[in-house]
Ligand binder design. Sequence first.
Ligand SMILES: C[S@@+](CC[C@H](N)C(=O)[O-])C[C@H]1O[C@@H](n2cnc3c(N)ncnc32)[C@H](O)[C@@H]1O
Length: 184
Amino acid sequence: MREHRVCPWYLAYTFDNPLRNLVHQPEKLLLPYVKAGMRVLDIGCGMGYFSIGMAKLVGDSGHVTSVDLQQKMLEVLMKRAKRNGVANRISPILCKENSLEVNEKVDFVIAFWMVHEVPDQNALFIQLSSILNPGSKMLIAEPKMHVTEQGFKASIETAKKHGFSLVETPKVFLSQSAVLMLNK
Ligand SMILES: C[S@@+](CC[C@H](N)C(=O)[O-])C[C@H]1O[C@@H](n2cnc3c(N)ncnc32)[C@H](O)[C@@H]1O
């Protein structure tokens, strides 16, 4: 069985700190996929590094749902969102290990450095296939430090089993990444 480990909130500061912007630029990375007015979802949002970037891209007419297992992550996310003036565009949701607890349809999903922490990836992609609007896209990025190329391919194959197609593989620092589309 695959080892399963969740990144504790205090370790998130090791990568989610002011230097991160040198290597991960949420608005630049997501600009091709996230447009004004979209409803988008950040799963395993952590302290909201990508949620805040997406909230800026979707604007006042859009919305971001940010889901995490750890209440502390969501608390830091909302503090940061207030500081950035985008708290009114973000809904935090405390989820369960194998249940995202999302009851709405969205136009885009990001799962950044989280899929390898989910114990049942089949259950994850089944849920995502019912949350995403058909024809919509999802970006997965996994840390090279924790996920082998083979492990990443296995996640993509799991996604394909549940109605996703591989669209492209953007370059993301220290990561293996894929953009998937939910088939119509
Ligand atoms: C390595 S952190 C990445 C956080 C954020 N995406 C980022 O890039 O800054 C992984 C996050 O996924 C969350 N997580 C782990 N397992 C999860 C699950 N089954 N469902 C939802 N979130 C989960 C953890 O609590 C943690 O906040």
